[in-house]
Design a protein around this ligand. Structure first.
Ligand code: BJW
Length: 239
């Protein structure tokens, strides 16, 4: 990869692949989440309306997994956090992941476009609050007192991803767009590379070619814990 000017703004998009080596499953790999459960049953507003207990059980299990001491930020999360703190041109890290591994790594200027597993949202009063416990139909909203109105603060299919204005502003301004650990199957994130193409340099770092791999100026394939620290060391020098 060519080195870019140190005052050039960077946008990094991450997906489930960056957390795979921390022990969290991806969605569309052979052993991924959608091989075990149908997304139509757990990741749409219709599924939640039809069977909220099932949807709560799915997200409760994933939220509990985040508290497993074995699940920790890996070398890729840590390297990106360093880049976000030290790159003179500024870095916006846009993650599709609902886990908290970028946060725990200390990433600056982080946007969770598909929400956060460690937050709950009240469908009655709209309050969004930190939430580490299980949710159920008996859970009371601490903000308004309503019962059974809390849902995971995640973005399901058919819902609008979060902070899109901030994301498109960062994409408009960036000189380098880097996509890490995402299959490029879900929009609008899958469209970001086409959005910046021609205006910014584009780089894919993924285990295998993504759906949109041919749209990138450069694509490097391998595990995130190898590729991301090498990419960051290239820009900032060794840690
Ligand atoms: C490794 C690795 C290692 C493994 N190292 N790499 C066209 C335009 C716009 C929208 C649409 C459209 N067509 C259809 C839509 C609607 C829909 C959509 O995209 N559907 C597709 C299936 C076609 N999109 C939506 O509904 C979105 N909302 C929306 O579009 O609103 C309107 C709108 C329009 C225009 C602008 C703005 C708004 C909402 C999407 C919500 C997605 N929600 C989920 C669940 C979140 C909660 C949860 O976690 O349960 O988000 S689905 C799931 O997929 C999750 C992920 O964030 C998302 C992306 O998955 P990701 O991260 O790419 O994971 P994988 O598994 O697919 O890929 C992992 C990759 O890592 C693989 O390539 C591996 O090889 C690699 N890898 N190990 C490096 N060690």
């Amino acid at each position: 990869m060519r080195v870019i000017a140190r005052d050039a703004p960077i946008v990094v998009l991450t997906g489930a692949g960056i957390s795979r080596e921390s022990g969290l499953a991806t969605f569309r790999d052979k052993d991924g989440i959608w091989a075990k459960v149908r997304l139509e049953d757990v990741a749409t507003p219709e599924a939640f309306a039809r069977d909220p207990a099932r949807v709560h059980a799915f997200y409760n299990a994933r939220r509990r997994q985040l508290r497993d001491p074995a699940v920790q930020p890996n070398a890729a999360h840590l390297a990106l956090a360093r880049l976000s703190q030290e790159w003179p041109g500024g870095v916006t890290v846009v993650t599709q992941n609902v886990d908290d591994l970028h946060d725990r790594a200390g990433t600056a200027n982080l946007i969770h476009m598909h929400g956060e597993l460690t937050k709950a949202r009240c469908t009655a009063c709209g309050a969004v609050m930190p939430w580490l416990e299980d949710l159920s139909l008996d859970t009371r909203c601490p903000a308004c007192g309503a019962t059974g109105t809390l849902r995971p603060h995640v973005v399901w299919f058919g819902e609008m991803p979060l902070a899109m204005d901030r994301i498109y502003a960062a994409l408009d301004a960036c000189a380098l767009f880097v996509s890490i650990g995402t299959s490029g199957a879900v929009y609008p994130a899958a469209g970001f590379v086409a959005e910046v193409r021609g205006r910014a340099r584009t780089l894919e770092l993924n285990l295998e070619p993504s759906k949109g791999s041919q749209l990138f100026d450069e694509a490097i394939h391998g595990p995130a814990t190898v590729l991301v620290p090498a990419f960051v060391a290239r820009l900032l020098g060794p840690a």
